[in-house]
Design a protein around this ligand. Structure first.
Ligand code: AMP
Length: 207
């Protein structure tokens, strides 16, 4: 399986992909996490942190190289958060073919609500939410017991900017792939376990 997953911020892509990785062994390649883990890496364009903190995309050259290195050794993967610009689309087409795209849709209002009260695990990146997905113990990850933290870019003003950047740069990418690939379209306003049930059965033929 060589897949892509798209959807607005807070659609729950990471939660679904981590399940896919755990249960089906499909490598979850999440560029946001990779960049956060390498936030202070020096590049000719500055560090990833300079862009992440502002809610802007890191330069294509930086992320393209990172993704290429990972895909060199992978034949079963789902890309989450990449490609996000049309220039990343052309780069990706030069390094791999693709079989399917998952699109998870939620409204802007849901995006804002989910991100404003989101916490992520400081170790395994699992995400939690006060209302939709509370941890069993406050402030602690259910899977690995590490402390939960807030993402610095989950601030309301930065979230609004991230939504704008997403609409301007990434919606055209989704439109492009909608014409090229098989699309699994999922209503992600529903609880994570309901979404997983639908997604895991729809994706089975591609595994
Ligand atoms: P995410 O966790 O997917 O919301 O990504 C967090 C931040 O990482 C984004 O706001 C961007 O600054 C950066 N980022 C992640 N993936 C990409 C990408 N494919 N291209 C450019 N920037 C990215």
């Amino acid at each position: 399986m060589k897949g892509l997953i798209f959807g607005p911020l807070g659609a729950g892509k990471g939660v679904q992909c981590r399940k896919l990785e755990k249960q089906e062994g499909v490598r979850h390649v999440e560029t946001g996490t990779i960049l956060r883990e390498n936030r202070e890496m020096e590049t000719p364009y500055g560090t990833p942190a300079d862009y992440i903190e502002a809610g802007d995309y890191v330069p294509d050259e930086v992320i393209n190289e990172v993704v290429e290195q990972i895909l060199r050794d992978e034949s079963r993967f789902i890309l989450d958060g990449y490609p996000r610009t049309m220039s990343q689309v052309s780069y990706l087409s030069s390094i791999t073919d693709l079989s399917v795209m998952v699109y998870m849709h939620v409204s802007d209002e849901t995006t804002l609500n989910r991100l404003k009260n989101r916490q992520i695990c400081s170790s395994c990146n699992e995400s939690y939410h006060e209302e939709y997905k509370p941890p069993a113990q406050t402030g602690q990850c259910d899977s690995c017991a590490a402390p939960l933290v807030e993402r610095s870019d989950d601030d309301e003003e930065i979230i609004r900017h991230r939504i704008e950047v997403y609409k301007e740069k990434t919606v055209p990418v989704i439109e492009h792939y909608s014409d090229q690939l098989d699309v699994i379209s999922i209503d992600a306003e529903r609880p994570h376990d309901v979404v997983w049930k639908e997604l895991s059965s729809a994706i089975r033929p591609y595994l």
